[in-house]
Every structure is written in structure tokens, then in C-alpha cells.
Ligand binder design. Structure first.
Ligand SMILES: [Zn+2]
Length: 422
């Protein structure tokens, strides 16, 4: 995929979209899979080469690069008042197996291009501007998303991190030191106020901006999931021999819970509340056998944590009621419950005025998948800037964002960083 001749005006003259697309394409060549397929798993050989490539570009741009104990990378353009908390931008460069080249890379290389544009314009920021490349946004290796930002935000403790293993049984400690990252994991945690404000640019990973012919999405909320495992223990038996009175059919009980979750999610009346049972494993799973045990998983998401927890509480009530009425034993285990994020109104206002100044169309919208910004929100005000992606396709080799879309995003990001750091 190369830069097409698309109209880029009204961009400021130093914005070099061709260079940026060239760098995105060069980064895409650094892959565990044959290009154009991008696969970069954290601490793998391609991940390390990609980090070195980005580091080189940052140093070429005159940024001061530091790396923390888990590999989160910070590239700083010092402001005239270095005592002030910096303004941050950035995203991730790891990619799930069989992915494309835009995903988080647009936020990293686009952030770098925004900084280069401001430098070339002779802009002198009062606050430092810092580009952050987060370690392992994707859960591929350790089964947990946003590893680096999660540790920065203190949502994953060093003890919990040390317990992580990949599918080959290799631990985080072995893998990070082998990759060259050392130092106490405790030092990854960042204090509140470490960034004055933080803006992450990212492809939408959904179809709405393209379908509505909009240049940009200003993200007001980032939804977050709570997921749990539910095991229902009933009593098995012969489907013919055991009559209906007194049955303890685990699957019939599960059916009630599945419908109860659907009803609870609908009952909030909010379009942003969603509830899903994605797994239903039935034991023993024979046509002539009463199910004795069922495993369900539930995934409840919302932009409002209280409302999401209300759905979980309603389900809890049904679990207790069904368990008692049907004489089945139901146990639940919370897998995760990450906090939804409300983006900072002040950053959103600057994004909006920047979009207007750049002549870009936009709308305010919700991010349905979570991002590193969800965890940066633990220690700094955040907002996100979405650019369209073709057909809403992401996490596939045919993921695509046009040079015009990317250029528009970088233009607005540059204006926003300038104003936030002024
Ligand atoms: Zn991403």
C-alpha cells in the first residue's frame, strides 16, 4: 500500500504524509509473518527490531528517549519550562497475529510526525511534549491487554505481572530481561499528574466515520468490559429414566441466566450497555443425558461503570434465585472488570477547535474497544482522536486508512499538542 494522490489540503506545509506513510510501510516490513501480514508479539524478535526502528526515528527527530522496566518507551521534546508536567501522545506498535499495519502504529508514527511538524514550524512548547510507545497493548502473549499502560496505572501490580506466563510457560521476568528491559517493576507505576494531559490517536476499528464521510472522531468515553465465568452444577441422569419432577438440569438453569443477562442489559435503556454470553459448555453433552454441569462466560460492557455494575448485580440476583429454585449450585469467578473512561472535556474542546481550524469534519463518539488511554486515565486526563478505517476493518492484513485520513488526523493532533503545551 503506497500513498495515493489524494487531496491533503488544507494541511500546513511541513506535514509530510508521504514520509509518514513510508515509515508505516517500513515498520510493517518488520514482522514475524510475510508482509503485508503484520505480526509482532511483545518481546519477540520483530517487536524488538520495530522498537529499535522507532527509537532511531525519535532520536533523528532530536527527542530524548528513555525506556522503563517493562519496555514502555518515552521520547521527549523538552519544553521551555521542563518543571511542568508534559503533554503526552502515543499508542502501541505490537500487533496480533495476522494483523495489518495501521492499528496503534498510526498513533505512534503519527504522533512523531505531529512533533516533527511543530518543530519545523519553529514552535517552542512551554510544556515538554512526550511520545509514548506502550508495551504490549495486545493480549497475544500474556493473555492480558494493555500490559505496559496497565502497570503504569497500577491496575496490574508487579506481583501480578510476575505471575504472567506465555503459552510456552515462559514468565514475564525471563522474557523482559532477555529482551533487554531491566530494573524494578515497581518503577513502572506513574504518579498522578505525570502527564498534564494525554491524547491518543488511533484508527476507529469501526465503520461509522467512513460511512458518515467524517474525517475524525473525538472520543468522549472508552467503554470497558467486566467478564466472569459461571459454573452451574446440577445433577445428571438418563434422559428417559429420570422424570421431570425433581430434575436439576444445569443447562435449563443456564438458559434462565442467559436470558436474564440479556434482559438486564436491555433494561438500562442505554444504547451503550451490552451484555453477552459467548461460551456455553455442556457436560456431558450427550443427546440422552441430562446436563449435570454447564460453564458460561459473561461479558458486560458500558461507558458508565455504575450502570455496568447494576447489570452484574441484577444477574447476581437471578443467579441466587435460580440456584435456590432449581436446587443447583452456581459459582461465579470474576475474570476482569476494567474501569470505563470518561475523556477530559478540556482536551475534547481543544480537539474540536483544532478540527475546525484544520477544516476537518468530526463527531463526538464512544470507543467500544479499550485502549492504552483507558489506563493512562488512572494518572492523567485523557482523550482519543479516531481516524476512519476502510470498512471498519481492523486486526486483519487488509486493514487500511488512506493518506488523507492519516494526514488529517496528524494535522489536528499537531494543532492540539501545540495548544495543550503552549
Ligand atoms: Zn490498537
Amino acid at each position: 500500500m503506497t500513498a495515493a494522490a489524494e487531496p491533503l489540503s488544507p494541511l500546513p506545509p511541513p506535514l509530510n504524509v508521504d514520509r509518514l506513510i513510508g515509515e508505516l510501510n517500513a515498520l510493517a516490513q518488520i514482522s514475524e509473518a510475510d508482509p503485508p501480514v503484520v505480526t509482532r508479539v511483545v518481546f519477540g524478535e520483530a517487536d524488538l527490531r520495530a522498537r529499535a526502528y522507532i527509537r532511531g526515528l525519535c532520536e533523528e527527530a532530536g527527542l530524548i528517549v528513555t525506556v522503563d522496566a517493562i519496555g514502555n518507551t518515552f521520547a521527549r521534546w523538552p519544553g521551555s519550562d521542563p518543571a511542568l508536567a508534559p503533554v503526552g501522545t502515543g499508542s502501541h506498535i505490537d500487533a496480533i497475529p495476522n494483523a495489518g499495519l495501521y492499528d496503534g502504529c498510526v498513533g505512534v508514527l503519527g504522533g512523531l510526525e505531529a512533533i516533527r511538524v511543530l518543530k519545523q514550524l519553529g514552535f517552542a512548547p512551554r510544556r515538554s511534549i512526550e511520545l509514548v510507545i506502550f508495551t504490549a497493548e495486545e493480549p497475544t502473549r500474556f493473555g492480558i491487554g494493555c500490559l505496559g499502560s496497565r502497570m503504569m496505572g497500577g491496575v496490574l501490580t508487579p506481583m501480578q505481572a510476575l505471575a504472567l506466563r506465555d503459552k510456552d510457560g515462559r514468565g514475564l521476568e525471563e522474557l523482559r530481561t532477555q529482551a533487554g528491559f531491566s530494573g524494578a517493576l515497581e518503577s513502572v507505576l506513574l504518579p498522578k499528574g505525570r502527564f498534564h494531559q494525554f491524547v491518543e490517536m488511533h484508527i476507529e476499528q469501526g465503520p461509522f466515520l467512513e460511512a458518515e464521510s467524517l474525517d475524525l472522531g473525538l472520543v468522549t468515553h472508552i467503554a470497558a468490559p467486566a467478564s466472569q465465568r459461571i459454573v452451574i452444577e446440577g445433577e445428571g441422569g438418563h434422559a428417559g429414566g429420570k422424570l421431570m419432577p425433581g430434575r436439576k438440569d444445569a443447562l435449563a438453569a443456564a438458559a434462565e441466566l442467559i436470558l436474564a443477562l440479556e434482559a438486564a442489559a436491555k433494561s438500562t435503556g442505554a444504547i451503550d450497555t451490552v451484555g453477552t454470553v459467548g461460551v456455553c459448555e455442556v457436560f456431558p453433552g450427550a443427546v440422552n443425558s441430562i446436563p449435570s454441569r454447564v460453564l458460561l462466560t459473561t461479558d458486560v460492557r458500558d461507558i458508565d461503570g455504575g450502570r455496568r455494575d447494576g447489570v452484574l448485580a441484577a444477574l447476581r440476583k437471578t443467579i441466587d434465585e435460580v440456584g435456590a429454585r432449581r436446587s443447583v449450585v452456581i459459582t461465579t469467578e470474576l475474570i476482569n472488570a476494567d474501569p470505563p473512561t470518561t475523556c477530559d472535556p478540556a482536551i475534547l474542546d481543544v480537539l474540536e477547535s483544532s478540527a475546525k481550524a484544520a477544516g476537518k469534519s468530526y463527531k463526538r463518539m464512544v470507543a467500544r474497544a479499550y485502549h492504552d488511554s483507558s489506563f493512562v486515565a488512572c494518572f492523567a486526563p485523557v482523550a482519543m482522536l479516531f481516524i476512519p478505517c476502510r470498512g471498519g476493518v481492523s486486526h486483519r492484513p487488509d486493514e487500511y486508512a488512506s493518506p488523507a485520513w492519516i494526514g488529517g488526523g496528524v494535522h489536528v493532533l499537531a494543532r492540539t499538542l501545540a495548544e495543550l503545551a503552549a
